[in-house]
Ligand binder design. Sequence first.
Ligand SMILES: [Mg+2]
Length: 281
Amino acid sequence: MSKIVYFLDIDDTLIKTTSITQDHKNALKNALDKLRIEKAEEIVSDFSANYSRLYASHQGKFLSVEEKKSLDEFVKRLKELEKFIIEKYGEIKIWSREAALYISAEKYGIKLSNSDLSNLSNTLWNKITQNASFYPDTLPFLDYLKTNKIPFYLISASDCRLSMDEKTGYFEYDPLYSRDLKLKRFKILYEVGICEKQVFVGDPYDKPNPWVFIEALNQAKKDVKGKFTSIMIGDSVKNDLLPAKVAGMGKIIWLNRNKDIVNKISEEYIDTITSLQCAVR
Ligand SMILES: [Mg+2]
């Protein structure tokens, strides 16, 4: 039997991830109040609305004409603010909390400083990290991999941590800084014996760019002696499965936890499972 190496997405595959919760909003509001920034309530509400629309659109959910219009306006401003990043890396950092917060404050005539943005974004990410938890089938699956000495690597999207250059008024991106912050907040993974070297993050080129999948696959080729079959498991067809295929992975599995028939996929090479338990042989 040929060797198997697994490549696993993290958010919505191993760890429960939500859009914006009330808990996140409260933390953000408190942080804005502490910084004595006016219109805290309005800023949080606008940020949350923009973010929910972005997340819904990412998940392929229906958006009304009004929602679509608001989302387009948001992305247009994001593109302006990230002008230099887009020029350099060829892609927009769409999930940047710093940029989204900046845009929401700007709507109420408030210019957030780089230090405010960093403070607020840290608050939000700390809250997200605190609330992170594994799905019930995650630890049994990781145990199965460990017990059977099956190598595995985790592939995660970038947190898109940006900073505002107050002189130019544009956002800047340091891939190492962004990656470092993301790796630091994966304590939940290290606690169950996963090491940092197994985790691949989409900095500088984020999913759905196949770059991070190629990086992980190359590492596996170095670590695992001889031929192996690579298996990718992820919840997002666009962000996990299509790029894994482009990167040259052998088997592609869609983890459809919500049994979401709306987004049913037609690609022949993709197998579907509804729980990680199904991947245990
Ligand atoms: Mg995911």
